[in-house]
Ligand binder design. Sequence first.
Ligand code: SAM
Length: 403
Amino acid sequence: MASQMTTQQLIEMISDPAQFVSATFSGKRKGDTSTWKKAIVRPVELKGGYYLQFSWFDDKKNIVKNYRDAEQTAQLHALFALPFRHLHLLALTEEITVNLSNSQHVVVSRKALDAPVQPQLQHDRQKTSLLDDDRARPFLIGSGIMTQDGHIRADKKRKYQQISEFLRLLSETERLNRWEGECLRVVDFGCGSAQLTFGMYYYFQLIRQLPVEMVGVDLKAELMQKVNRTARDLGYSHLTFVSGRIDTYQQETAPHVVTALHACDTATDDAIVRAVRWGSAFVFVAPCCHHHLQAQLDQQPTPVVFKPIVRYGLFQERIGDMLTDSFRALILRIMGYQVDVVEFVAPDHTPKNVLIRAVRTQTEADLQALKEYQALLQFWLVKPYLHTQLADRLDPLLDAIME
Ligand SMILES: C[S@@+](CC[C@H](N)C(=O)[O-])C[C@H]1O[C@@H](n2cnc3c(N)ncnc32)[C@H](O)[C@@H]1O
């Protein structure tokens, strides 16, 4: 039913925690030169209590801020002063569609809901995918995964799925989930075209609303220039890309999170080495090819019980992959990390579907892991590349248990 309301009445409705669910402003009025394409307001429960969260969107970026009390009212007045044409307001028991063409007395159409809806107050509420949120669109479009009209490009569906899965894994990492306060420093090694890096930035900065400093590192200088431009266009001001090698990369303050997703062969190990030496709290690596250990296995006589297995080239390769990753997991455990190995994406997406997730839980070496590591080394008579890079840490520990 069409009727009239004043903007003041609408502001009062939005400010009322007992009835407000969400408000979406969209559309342009004639002659509008504003850059904002859309704005969304919704309630969020933060540590300090009940806030309204404002998200403003333009073509490339979005800005999200939380307000309460007088600031909240001032922001609502400012929002109604913007030349949006439509407002969709959802309250607990009704839906209100507003034509904002006349900014004083607006025409509203009100419809009672069949059943009351509840606002979702968590600031990081989960949808089917963490990428369903409108705030993901600018980076998805900017990094070429989504078209301007919101469709995932056919050849990017797997990448989209991979980013979605990776963000889910981040969001399910308990200690990371509880992170608050200190600026979260993240380094993404072998970031390549940076779609996953942008995804992480979006997740930490826009969804979790954490202060972050992120760096992407890759050998490809031109690509790093390009993704730096994309980051600037997106307004991702705390994300920079540098060209360089993982094994020589340094930064002034150690990062808390180190990632290396499908970085080649021993680049994964180089990333683990950096994380261990920095004492980073979280390590996420999705290994790619595993040539280094394979070459040693080819040189060594195969332990006799494994002969029937390595007779088949495919199995031999898989054993090499599994051994490399088992050694990585063991070394991380020795270095005080709690480690789990999870499936990154369904195997039909890529055969490289393993992700090693490590969370640092202690500073002392894990003796049990050390013994297991030693036994595995002696059985296969190999030396993983990661061991050679961390020999100064590992060898004294191994010597000590031999005594
Ligand atoms: C397969 S791409 C993965 C890109 C991205 N992480 C992803 O998952 O979409 C691997 C990237 O690692 C980079 N890379 C490999 N070895 C490296 C090293 N030692 N130092 C820095 N970058 C490296 C390559 O240049 C390449 O861009």
